[in-house]
Design a protein around this ligand. Structure first.
Ligand code: BDP
Length: 686
């Protein structure tokens, strides 16, 4: 299943006369794409011809030399003039492009082959609009240099996590039973899909690095090189998750101490061998001192020592280290509230601000705890001005329905990206990720893809992947507009009898689906309440008395975690003054994160006028009703779209209704029994 690149999406492009001008690996990819589209839809393509031809579309590298074609030359110089006019004097760069319309000709200009490829996909997205004579010139450049996906793919099958940790889309695209899967055509198709969304980097193995995975760095580097070769034509660079203990594990050294000379030499030599084999290798991704992974703490060193060790080895080759800030004690004691897991990333990392080398990117989860449906935005983003920070999102729906539920995450990510940690009107998380002059750490996400025919298990979960790519290209974009773009590509209007119905129905189902999911799961930002281990479905006290640090503290009087400075864990004080003050008091704290910050009585009145307990009942009843409506709406599409997509989604909607009902009943019953407060509307609670 071709996701957002079905052949139909190329119809408008494929019926044209196209000239591709320039040389390079990615220019060949452009040629290949255009040739296939033209073969299907009756167009024609030329590669830098030396004779005069009439064309509708020119895709040209600037500086590739003149063409003996007056019309094309005129169009091209018009493009140059438009660029001078609308540009800011900055070059288009490695990945940017210009789209212009001159008379009968559409022109795409780029400085480098990758820009031409992105320009081509832009033409595909625009469909016929790319050939509209009235179209004004546009210049596009990605806001973020690195737009990266992390695969949590295990090479060897993990006894608990399986082939892909938190994977809900079948097996791995890369690995099977300890070996490369060997299906490079699939890898290439994946690269194509990602490039068309704007992604340009991936890490190919799990951050929890077991021995087989660790070996990718040395003995099994050839396997990684094969993947890199397959993805290169689509401008995607490969990164590797490495074990901090690799010098011991693979190199036979007695220590992995970052300040040890032998350890340094080992990383330098090993990294050199990586680049000998993969010259455009992206760099390392590291989860250290977290959930059992080795790290610098073992040697009494800090995380700047650890990250800089790898950064130093990568620097001569232009590589980067993505060092994760997800460091906390996973052996906590629920009775001791002073070790609040939400505090951990800030407490560990902010003292190190300014000490990381420039090729270290600190990768910070969006929330302070763990990829929940709702959390406040991590305070780390406002606290490390001298460090390159990347925002880490989770496209794989670990806590948001595991690709059995429809949960379009675009609006949530939009909220995170627009959050202004210094107060309204100030710089936003998007600004921090972009950084000064684009030097920020960018956007990274744990991917939701696998070898499933739909790529993402749930066909509609593709929208999350696509939205991530587009937001990584332009983090200020409206996510609903991106969703619309995805729909047009994935369900091309020309391929359905009633395009308006399809589009409207998909919007009705998907636009608000994250809020629907929020309504029937853990209330008011308290988080978790999921089944331990697999994290699917409700288990109200599943983590309440265990060591993971994710509690809700519900008792007969109230619920929520007191994270205030005055009486709680002090987490609220990790924010700059504006939010520290807002979050400090239940009177000012926004409803949606109230229970993340405060332990309040069930009778506490929210800003929305409802009590906490009544809000819990109402949202849980409403959430299930909304899912039932989703299912009804989906059924109206029967016969309108690809039947395999229809069936797969229909099946999963049945499961979503079942599971949402279970959530509603467990959560409502639990709070009814704890509080003894009946539902004001007299609905039945068991
Ligand atoms: C948690 C997942 C776990 C990951 C961890 C991480 O449950 O499988 O290893 O995040 O981000 O949410 O490293």
């Amino acid at each position: 299943h071709a996701a957002w690149l079905p052949p139909e999406a190329f119809r408008s492009l494929g019926a044209r006369r196209v000239l591709v001008h320039g040389e390079g690996l990615l220019v060949d990819t452009v040629l290949d794409e255009v040739s296939r589209a033209c073969a299907r839809y009756g167009g024609r393509v030329w590669h830098s011809p030396s004779w005069d031809v009439d064309v509708d579309l020119v895709l040209a590298l600037r500086g590739a030399g003149e063409l003996p074609n007056p019309a094309v030359e005129a169009a091209r110089s018009a493009g140059e003039a438009a660029l001078a006019e609308i540009g800011d004097g900055e070059p288009l760069g490695e990945e940017g492009f210009l789209l212009d319309r001159d008379g009968e000709v559409t022109v795409v200009l780029a400085d480098a082959p990758a820009g031409l490829l992105y320009g081509l996909f832009h033409v595909v997205r625009l469909c016929a609009a790319a050939f509209d004579p009235a179209r004004p010139p546009e210049r596009h450049r990605p806001a973020l240099r690195r737009r990266m996906l992390n695969h949590w793919d295990n090479v060897a099958v993990h006894p608990v996590m399986g082939q892909v940790e938190r994977g809900y889309a079948g097996g791995s695209i890369f690995w099977r039973d300890g070996r490369p899967r060997g299906d490079l055509a699939r890898v290439r198709a994946y690269g194509r899909l990602l490039a068309a969304s704007g992604v340009n980097a991936i890490s190919v193995n799990n951050v929890n690095v077991a021995r087989t995975e660790a070996l990718l760095l040395t003995d099994r580097l050839g396997d990684v090189a094969e993947i890199a070769d397959a993805l290169r034509p689509y401008g995607i660079r490969v990164h590797l998750s490495v074990s901090f203990a690799a010098p011991v594990l693979l190199g036979g050294l007695s220590t992995a101490d970052p300040l040890d000379e032998g350890v340094r030499d080992w990383w330098v030599a090993t990294t050199r061998r990586v680049y000998d084999r993969i010259p455009d290798f992206g760099g390392y991704l590291v989860k250290a001192d977290s959930e059992g992974q080795p790290g610098p703490f073992t040697y009494g060193r800090d995380h700047a020592d650890g990250a800089n060790l790898l950064a130093e080895a990568l620097a001569p080759h232009g590589g980067v280290v993505h060092w994760r800030a997800f460091v906390y004690d996973h052996h906590q004691d629920w009775r001791d509230r002073s070790t609040d897991r939400a505090r951990a990333a800030y407490d560990h990392f902010t003292p190190l601000d300014g000490r990381f080398r420039t090729n270290v990117v600190l990768q910070v989860k969006y929330g302070p705890v763990d990829f929940q449906t709702r959390e406040p935005v991590s305070p780390v983003f406002a606290a490390m001005p001298a460090t390159r920070l990347a925002l880490e999102l989770q496209v794989t729906q670990e806590y948001t329905g595991q690709q059995r539920h429809i949960c379009h995450l675009g609006p949530w990510w939009g909220e995170v990206l627009r959050f202004a940690p210094w107060g309204p009107g100030g710089r936003t998380i998007a600004d921090v990720a972009v950084g000064e002059a684009g030097a920020g750490g960018g956007l990274v996400a744990v991917t939701n893809t696998g070898d499933d025919p739909f790529w993402t298990g749930h066909p509609l979960a593709q929208a999350n992947l696509y939205t991530f790519g587009r937001l990584a290209w332009d983090p200020w974009r409206d996510p609903t507009e991106v969703l619309d773009e995805w729909m047009t590509l994935t369900f091309p209007p020309s391929a359905t009898a009633d395009p308006e119905l399809v589009r409207r129905t998909l919007h009705e189902i998907m636009d608000d689906s994250w809020r629907t999911y929020e309504r029937y799961t853990a209330p008011l930002g308290v988080g978790f309440m999921v089944h331990p281990g697999d994290h699917y479905g409700p288990d109200v006290d599943g983590y309440e008395y265990s060591r993971w640090g994710t509690y809700h503290f519900a008792d007969r009087d109230g619920v929520g975690v007191d994270r205030s400075r005055a009486s709680g864990t002090g987490f609220a004080g990790q924010y700059p003054p504006y939010w520290a003050q807002v979050y400090e008091s239940p009177r000012t704290c926004p409803d949606e994160v109230l229970l993340f910050f405060h332990h309040v009585p069930y009778s506490h009145v929210l800003h929305n006028g409802s009590t906490v307990i009544q809000h819990i009942y109402d949202t849980h009843f409403a959430g299930v009703e909304e899912v039932e409506t989703m299912r009804r709406r989906w059924r109206t599409l029967n016969g309108m779209i690809d039947p395999t997509v229809y069936e797969r989604v229909a099946e999963r909607l049945d499961e979503q209704v079942r599971c949402a009902t279970e959530w509603r009943d467990q959560v409502n019953t639990y709070f009814f029994r704890k509080s003894g407060v009946p539902d004001a509307q007299g609905r039945r609670i068991y």
